[in-house]
Design a protein around this ligand. Structure first.
Ligand code: GDP
Ligand code: MN
Length: 399
């Protein structure tokens, strides 16, 4: 589950990580009230107005602006709220901004002495450990640092059982070129950041920039936080942080129906049982020269109701030109799945005008093939995996 910057910062703050303070607002009036409150709380007289959308690069797209008075807070907030923010990380249509974060300006006097660092904590699947990635080159896009000056990016793997030692934390502060007060502040920052990552069951914290202010404070200015979905059962309070306006509407609907669906760019809809088979199916479609429109694992019960729900979800994607059903019938026998597929199709035949290729393997697969072949519907049956993906291409090129 991805969070907005302001929500990520709330989580950081709850674990004692120093953050640039701010208040979220949905209207210009709320933004003005937030700015006044912020001045009471922090003494700041300049503010940063930051669009809250699930995408980075907001600064580049005009979604982060400094306001030097309450009038400017009103003006800039009304400009940003409601805009379609286009950044290097959004589609060309951009993302609609529903909220802004009014944050204290932390680049205060002595701006030349301010340093921007990059720091992320993430799961390193290769080593099965957590990892902190950090660099002196913060504030800019880290991908180009990785490409042009990879030596400036440091990493450290962390065993989740033993955590980080003070010595390791000290090396991080050393590598960031810090000394004195800033060094100990950074050690404190890293310690609390890693603790927050671990306790919140996150799979990613990306803080870009982390800054050192002119008076040697270390603060998180940005926060990209992803909570591991599989841990949400023990973080009931995080559930309300989900903003479905930011999510793909078809994926949201699929999730409600208990289907594992990920929207992709291609034109071949896939209905598969089992995540492994679903991945293999996508590979095969690619190999045959096609392009999968989605990942979809219907799970264990491929009955007609579930198949129909899955068909309806696949068909919401206007790019889909053919559907490949690839189901392994083990305990659910293939003949039952075939009947389910036919029943689902008949139930919605006015809504389907594209060919469907059905491959059922496993128990009673031959009976299933016969059922499909004699249905008289717009179905093509296949027994072998390759045969199925070739058939998809054949059908697509003849249409
Ligand atoms: P992103 O562009 O989506 O990554 O959003 P960030 O939260 O990283 O903000 C973008 C940029 O805005 C930062 O790199 C800073 O240069 C700038 N910025 C953020 N906070 C402040 C602030 O308090 N004062 C000033 N002057 N600039 C800020
Ligand atoms: Mn950033």
């Amino acid at each position: 589950m991805n969070l907005h910057e302001y929500q990520g910062k709330q989580i950081l703050n709850s674990f004692g990580v120093n953050i640039q303070r701010g208040i979220v607002a949905s209207t210009a009036d709320e933004a003005v009230a937030a700015a006044k409150k912020l001045t009471e709380d922090t003494g700041t007289s300049w503010y940063v107005i930051k669009a809250q959308v699930h995408a980075g690069g907001r600064g580049k797209g005009g979604g982060v602006k400094v306001a030097k008075s309450i009038d400017e807070v009103r003006e800039i907030s009304s400009e940003i709220i409601g805009m379609n923010l286009v950044t290097p990380q959004t589609s060309v249509e951009g993302k609609k901004v529903h909220q802004v974060l009014i944050a204290e300006d932390v680049y205060y006097p002595g701006a030349s002495e301010i340093q921007e660092f990059y720091m992320s904590v993430l799961l390193n699947r290769q080593t099965s450990k957590n990892m902190i990635m950090y660099s002196t080159e913060g504030g800019v896009d880290i991908e180009s640092v990785a490409e042009n000056t990879p030596d400036l990016i440091h990493t450290i793997d962390i065993d989740p059982d033993s955590g980080l030692s003070d010595k390791e934390i000290s090396v991080i502060a050393d590598n960031l070129g810090l000394s004195g007060n800033a060094h100990s502040e950074m050690m404190e920052f890293v310690k609390s950041l890693y603790n927050a990552y671990s306790k919140s069951d996150s799979s990613l914290f990306e803080i870009n920039p982390v800054i050192k202010t002119s008076d040697d404070k270390i603060l998180a200015v940005d926060a990209k936080v992803t909570i591991d979905d599989n841990s949400l059962f023990r973080h009931q309070d995080y559930l309300e942080l989900r903003d479905i306006r930011e999510e793909n509407p078809i994926e949201v609907e699929a999730k409600k129906a208990g289907l594992n669906y990920v929207d992709l760019d291609g034109n071949v809809g896939c209905m598969v049982n089992g995540a492994g088979l679903a991945m293999a199916t996508m590979d095969l479609i690619k190999q045959a020269g096609g392009d999968p429109a989605n990942f979809l694992d219907v799970g264990g019960t491929a009955d007609s109701e579930r198949v129909e729900t899955a068909f309806r979800i696949i068909l919401k994607d206007p790019n889909v030109k053919a559907i490949l059903v690839n189901i392994f019938g083990g305990i659910v026998r293939c003949d039952r799945v075939a009947n389910g597929v036919i029943a689902a199709y008949k139930n919605m035949k006015d809504d389907i005008d594209i060919p469907i290729i059905v491959r059922l393997q496993g128990t009673n697969s031959e009976i299933a093939k016969e059922i499909i072949d004699s249905s008289g519907l717009n179905f093509y049956s296949a027994t072998e995996f390759k045969e199925a993906s070739d058939k998809v291409q054949e059908v697509l090129s003849s249409n």
